[in-house]
Design a protein around this ligand. Structure first.
Ligand code: BGC
Length: 666
């Protein structure tokens, strides 16, 4: 069986001992070596050729001037597609596709949730209610094989969802639909549960392009859908597998096709005004080590630079797709924190990986990507569908163990046996609800939390299951299996799981029961950037400084300037930044900073005549035009001295003058 190679096993052991390279895991996988050498040169030429093909096909599809399968799609009642200039990126993209937009709710997913709630009713009415409470949560739509485009036994096709999104928008709201592009040749090369239908061959790539990407791009380009935004999640696990698992023969074989396929997808979507691309960037437990994160950013840059539009073909990156890695480890905030004379990161669970969670990983990756030449406007998404880790066993404070391993075990909320465990994890819970521009993660440049993996859909069968989708049985989904890949631990997978993608009611019930925040509960205050990677209980450097000299301790905010007055001991300041402008409107954020400890805040602002706010988040507003107030949203009201909260809004017309803002605190 190819899932366990001696190569990856031995490098894993080396990694743990030296703190160099370590394991990796994904929605799909985990691997040992970061390998990925220069064997890429040969693929560059291939790329250039493939782009030519891509361009020709998209153009032909859009003009109806071809006799390939694209004709079928064109004849399915579609309007003629907008004429796109192949190879150029859309110039009308907003900075953050999710800001000011309403996320699409897949009613097919909702129906499964309702059905599961009905079945749970007799046993546990509260659980059934909690299920119903989240039944209308936006989730992504997966195009996990060619037949998913037109619809198959698993559900209706892409057009159904696009039309439903238009209906949900009701001609009024800006709607965003998250679609997962997931059908590369040789898919899931380092695992078996989500192997796909296309082989890692030239023919496989040709089919990927003509039968999969082209019809999707063609449909998205129809005039009818121009008012929607579509966030395209590009190929979960694919490029990450090339970073860490290129010594595996299946990944080696898939390597050129992953590069070419991803570039082809980007080239096909880049010209479309309504499509925003987010490349999958695995998760902190896979790529967080410096020895992986550096090569990851380089590989992403290399592949993206090989597209016609280069960096402009990408709007952002998405982490934790279908994985379980927490957004934050609230009690493990400093990888260098010493316990028993050792840094916390040296514990068995972290294996010297300094990125403990997705807040760390997105911040780390963002910096590296910008360093590789990506524009600062790139935004990050985090799949928070299953990374809550609530329930009775969730720690409520840092542990007191005197060895690193004891301390980590007592403190971590991630209850997996190993960070490489990825299949149907026992004990997991729903995470943060989908939300644009979540407050408190400035260094991460988050565009949004999204539920990419629809909770309740299996990651893989726990035993062999016949199917016609190319999916295999991966022992990582067998609860009884233990492996060196998990440092000898068992998989922590739930028993009796169906095939990947199929509804798994028992898992859904557990995810809802273990949701964190609990369903209906207030969102806990995020760990602030200033606190990131600082020892638990320790004052941040900036807040210590603030206490000593009375300054705010936040240089970056001070340097941004234009803050309103309000320096009283327990007051606040409000600073407005316009983050986006277009012909008829704007998007702005207001950062509130406490000048002393406060329990709540209210910002008064005045919009010029003729301007109006039409959507506001993380704040509670008293009006939308003229002079009105925006108060905290509850969970972001209480701030320590120097602490910050933020709200955002989208408006028509022009933004308020920054100097017109006043902040008052309670
Ligand atoms: C499966 C897909 C499925 C997706 C969402 C993946 O693991 O391979 O078939 O659509 O998860 O559930």
């Amino acid at each position: 069986m190819s899932f366990l190679t001696l190569g990856s096993r031995s490098s894993l052991v080396t990694a743990s001992l030296t703190g160099q390279l370590p394991p990796a895991s994904g929605h799909g996988y985990f691997g040992g070596t970061m390998a990925h050498a220069a064997a890429r040169l040969g693929t560059t030429a291939l790329r250039a050729g493939a782009i030519g093909v891509a361009t020709a096909l998209v153009l032909a599809a859009c003009t109806g001037d071809n006799d390939t399968e694209s004709d079928d799609a064109a004849s399915q009642g579609s309007d003629p597609a907008s004429v796109v200039t192949p190879g150029t990126a859309s110039s009308s993209h907003v900075d953050n596709a999710y800001a000011g937009a309403t996320m699409y709710v897949n009613d097919k997913w909702s129906a499964q949730v309702e059905e599961t709630a009905d079945a749970a009713e007799g046993d546990d009415g509260d659980l059934a209610d909690a299920m119903r409470d989240i039944a209308d949560t936006p989730t992504a739509v997966w195009m996990d094989r060619i037949s998913a485009i037109d619809g198959n036994a698993d559900g209706p096709g892409l057009r159904y969802h696009l039309d439903a999104a238009l209906e949900q928008a009701d001609g009024d709201e800006q709607m965003i639909l998250t679609v997962v592009i997931y059908d590369l040749p040789g898919r899931d090369c380092f695992a078996l549960a989500s192997n796909g239908e296309l082989p890692a061959t030239d023919e496989g790539l040709a089919r990927y392009e003509s039968d999969y990407i082209d019809p999707i791009a063609q449909m998205l380009a129809e005039d009818k859908y121009a008012s929607l935004r579509v966030a395209a999640i590009i190929e979960p696990d694919s490029l990450p597998n090339l970073v860490t698992n290129d010594s595996d023969p299946k990944c080696q074989a898939a390597d050129p096709y992953y590069r070419d396929g991803v570039a082809y997808a980007l080239d096909s979507f880049a010209p479309l005004d309504n499509v925003y691309t987010y490349i999958d960037a695995a998760h902190s437990g896979w790529l967080g080590w410096d020895t992986n994160s550096g090569p990851t950013a380089q590989l992403f840059a290399e592949v993206v630079k090989s597209t016609e539009a280069g960096f402009d073909s990408v709007d952002g990156f998405v982490t934790n797709t279908a994985n379980f890695t927490p957004l934050e480890e609230p009690y493990l905030t400093d990888p260098e924190q010493q316990v028993g004379g050792q840094p916390v990161k040296s514990g068995a669970f972290y294996e010297y990986n300094p990125d403990f969670d997705e807040a760390d990983w997105t911040a780390d990756l963002y910096t590296r990507l910008v360093g590789e030449g990506f524009p600062e406007s790139i935004g990050m998404l985090v799949d928070t569908s299953r990374n809550g880790w609530g329930g009775e066993d969730r720690p409520t404070s840092a542990g007191s163990g005197s060895t690193v391993d004891a301390f980590v075990d007592e403190s971590k909320i991630d209850a997996r046996t190993h960070r490489g465990a990825w299949c149907n994890q026992d004990g997991a819970g729903l995470g943060r609800l989908p939300q644009a521009l979540p407050d408190g993660y400035e260094a991460s440049h988050l565009d949004a939390f999204v539920w990419v993996k629809p909770p309740g859909e299996s990651d893989g069968g726990s035993s062999e299951i016949d199917n016609d989708e190319g999916k295999g049985f991966d022992p990582m989904c067998d609860p009884g299996f233990s492996t060196e890949r998990l440092a000898g631990n068992t998989t922590n997978a739930l028993a009796d799981a169906p095939l990947a993608g199929k509804w798994f009611a028992a898992q859904f019930a557990q995810l809802v029961a273990n949701a964190y925040p609990e369903v209906g509960a207030e969102v806990p205050a995020p760990r602030t950037d200033a606190d990131a990677n600082k020892p638990v209980g320790a004052e941040t450097e900036s807040s210590e400084q603030a206490q000593e000299d009375g300054s705010t301790g936040d240089d970056s905010a001070a340097a941004e300037g234009d803050e309103s007055a309000g320096d009283s001991a327990a007051g606040c300041t409000a600073q407005l930044t316009v983050v986006n402008k277009w012909g008829t409107g704007f998007e702005a954020r207001v950062k509130v900073k406490a000048t002393g400890p406060i329990t709540g805040w209210v910002v008064t602002m005045s919009l010029p005549k003729g301007s109006a706010v039409n959507n506001i988040w993380n704040g509670d507003n008293s009006g939308k035009t003229g002079t009105f107030t925006v108060g905290d949203a509850g969970w972001n009201g209480a701030l320590a001295k120097g602490g910050t909260g933020e709200f955002g809004f989208v408006g028509d017309g022009v933004a308020p003058e920054p100097s017109s803002l006043e902040c008052s605190a309670s």
